[in-house]
Design a protein around this ligand. Structure first.
Ligand code: 5GP
Length: 182
């Protein structure tokens, strides 16, 4: 791994996937890692949003040393396979805080951007729009309360996702600063 590593983290419903998709469109030097998960595919979710696997497949990949980091998040496994980006590309990981902290330990130069929601109401609305049931939405909001202080302490940059365009501009700024200081 010779490129930079950018970790985008933040609680569910903060808009991470939208932000990361925009970054990928705008910056051809970035390479997005595709995570493995044992969670079921959501209705309407792109089939390539994750590599969807069974618990047995995931556990076999843990045993084979196939993950850079992995965690159990609300009852499902999520993990980043050992990255193999094309030469010259910088890596982007979109992961929760436990994974972000594992990556930081292995790659202290990784740049961690922690994204916060503008408010709990906005976050709840975004989680609802995704089609999860009320119980799952409540679970994810409670999890967010836990994740935020940890993520903020770990982060190199904390960004409140108030307006998409502004957030993207801030993130692109962080990326170009990191490249300048490489
Ligand atoms: P979701 O089920 O909403 O897609 O993802 C749940 C949480 O897991 C989100 O915070 C998401 O960023 C995180 N996540 C996705 N992929 C990975 C991964 O490979 N590793 C870790 N640690 N977290 C991940």
């Amino acid at each position: 791994m010779s490129g930079l590593v950018f970790v985008v983290s933040g609680p569910g419903g903060v808009g991470k996937s939208t932000l990361v998709a925009e970054l990928m469109k705008r910056d051809p030097e970035l390479w997005l890692s595709r995570s493995w998960t044992t969670r079921e595919q959501r209705p309407g979710e792109a089939p390539d949003a994750y590599h969807f696997v069974t618990r047995a497949q995931f556990e076999a990949h843990i045993d084979a040393g196939g993950f850079l980091e992995w965690t159990n998040f609300l009852g499902n496994y999520y993990g980043t396979p050992q990255p193999n980006p094309p030469a010259g590309k910088d890596i982007v990981l979109e992961i929760e805080v436990d994974g972000a902290s594992q990556v930081k330990k292995q790659h202290p130069n990784a740049v961690l951007i922690f994204v916060l929601p503008p408010s709990r109401e906005e976050q709840r609305a975004r989680l609802n729009a995704r089609g999860d049931d009320e119980r799952k939405v409540d679970q994810r909001l409670r999890k967010a309360e836990e994740e935020e202080p940890v993520g903020m302490a770990l982060a190199d940059h904390v960004i409140v996702n108030q307006k998409l365009e502004k957030t993207i501009a801030d993130m692109l700024g962080v990326i170009s600063d990191a490249r300048r200081n490489r």
